[in-house]
Ligand binder design. Structure first.
Ligand code: FAD
Ligand code: PYC
Length: 416
């Protein structure tokens, strides 16, 4: 564990910040591991951490094509919540939220969790009726969430146009008090440092280019830095899942699409809740730095280009200004996109693949940041025991044979 005093901060500043001890090693790649995890995003790093911590499997490599957290983990808008519709999802996402609540202590790394609440705005009688039903299911699934009226919405979100003159007048909202945000880089770095301390090798700038498969059983992976032997391989590459599946000779029910987001210039604190408006298709939160963090719908054509088109960005801004007219005078500072892996029932896939010894975590689409701890935890369990845990047994590829879909389109936040 590293602790830094004010003195050591000053010393490192004088050294132009060149003397810092690295938070994780840059080890040489070994020729063989017990498990190779492909993808150094939050899910891959969490998988490696829980393999080591929960199952004692420490001879593990995480191989990352770029830099850790450089994919969707570092591009998302950090919303965390568990207000899903079906019992399987509610259990899974609430387990993740529970893990998030202890994560800073668990990893000894501040992931800056802020549980100021998550508001889902209701703009019509239809929204109200649908969300009342959803609220009942949440309660039946043990998820705490409340109906709040427009005056309470207005108190929690100063600047939000709650008047009758709004294009889509606000009729109330659902509030999940335990919802909120966490620092996405912190989650990746925290898992990386803790996994490294348990002996996991984190190998950056190492892309997997193929699989060695014999008699239907994985033997290892080919990478841009050579071949690695491993009897167990776990894929956690989000928007590139179909590419990896293709390398291993099977197909996934996944489409890759760009999802974009943007931030404004920093402002003084305005509100601390996260606000989602399914009717206008946009959401907003204010970061600890003061920027308004905003996003909306997917760019609706398949792509691997990590940028979005201007039409979708305009849609996001129009929706935000509709909700917060005062923000029309605020400058937009940055825009970016990530490639998300969309499954048509808006639920993830965590489990076996048709290749023995090859496992996958994908399909989280627009909403997998909140699932980082649970995604890693359940994938690690599945790899270690060669069978899914109760929490992910409904989320395997089997449901595409049996038709037991878990349609979370309405609860996926940004619908997909
Ligand atoms: P990633 O972080 O993408 O990691 C996968 C890694 O695999 C990448 O680093 C990539 O370089 C690597 N990789 C790919 N191919 C290879 C290869 N051949 N060899 C080696 N490595 C490879 N979710 C929420 O819950 N809340 C939100 O508010 C939210 N907002 C979002 C906003 C945006 C703009 C975007 C794009 C996504 C958002 N999401 C949100 C979704 C969330 O970001 C993802 O579901 C989640 O981060 C996926 O994590 P991951 O670790 O699976 O993938
Ligand atoms: O899943 O809550 C979510 C989300 C918010 C913004 C993008 N995804």
């Amino acid at each position: 564990m590293q602790r830094y005093s004010v003195l050591s901060l000053a010393r490192n500043a004088i050294r132009h910040h060149e003397g810092w001890q690295q938070a994780w090693r840059s080890p040489d790649l070994k020729s063989e591991y017990d498990v190779v995890v492909i993808g150094g995003g939050g899910h891959g790093l969490a998988t490696a951490y829980y393999l080591a911590k929960e199952h004692g499997i420490t001879n593990v490599a995480v191989v990352e094509a770029g830099w850790i957290g450089g994919g969707n983990t570092g591009r998302n808008t950090t919303v965390i919540r568990s207000n899903y519709l079906f019992p399987q999802s509610a259990k899974f996402y609430d387990f993740s939220l529970n893990l998030f609540e202890d994560l800073s202590q668990e990893l000894n790394f501040n992931v800056m969790l802020r549980q100021a609440g998550m508001l889902t705005l209701l703009h019509s009688r239809h929204d109200v009726e649908v969300m009342r039903r959803n609220l009942n299911s949440m309660h039946m699934n043990g998820i705490e969430a409340d109906w709040i009226d427009t005056s309470e919405v207005s108190r929690l979100a100063p600047g939000l146009n709650c008047g009758a003159d709004a294009h889509y007048p606000i009729q109330g909202a659902i509030l999940q008090k335990r919802g909120g945000v966490a620092r996405h880089d912190g989650v990746a770095w925290g898992y990386a440092r803790a996994a490294d301390a348990l002996g996991v090798d984190i190998i950056q700038q190492c892309a997997v280019t193929g699989f060695d498969i014999k008699n239907g059983q994985v033997q290892g992976v080919q990478t841009t830095r050579g071949t690695i032997k491993a009897k167990k391989v776990a894929i956690a590459v989000a928007g590139h899942s179909s590419v990896l599946a293709d390398m291993a000779g099977f197909r996934l029910p996944v489409t890759s699409l760009a999802l974009q987001a943007c931030v404004s210039e920093p402002l003084k604190p305005v509100f601390d809740v996260t606000i989602m408006s399914p009717t206008t298709g946009v959401y907003i939160s204010q970061s600890d730095k003061g920027e308004m963090v905003m996003g909306g719908m997917l760019d609706m054509y398949p792509s691997y280009a990590q940028r979005g088109n201007i039409g979708t960005l305009e849609h996001i801004i129009a929706g935000i200004v509709e909700l917060f007219p005062n923000l029309s005078r605020v400058k937009l500072m940055r825009q970016w996109a990530g490639i998300v892996d969309i499954v048509h029932d808006s639920s993830p896939i965590i489990g076996h693949t048709p290749v023995e010894g090859l496992y996958i975590n994908c399909g989280f689409g627009t909403g997998g940041f909140k699932a980082t701890p649970a995604g890693g935890w359940t994938l690690a369990y599945t790899v270690a025991h060669d069978k899914p845990h109760k929490l992910n047994e409904a989320f395997t590829l089997k449901r595409f044979e049996t038709g037991e879909f878990i349609d979370e389109m309405g609860a996926a936040g940004i619908s997909h």
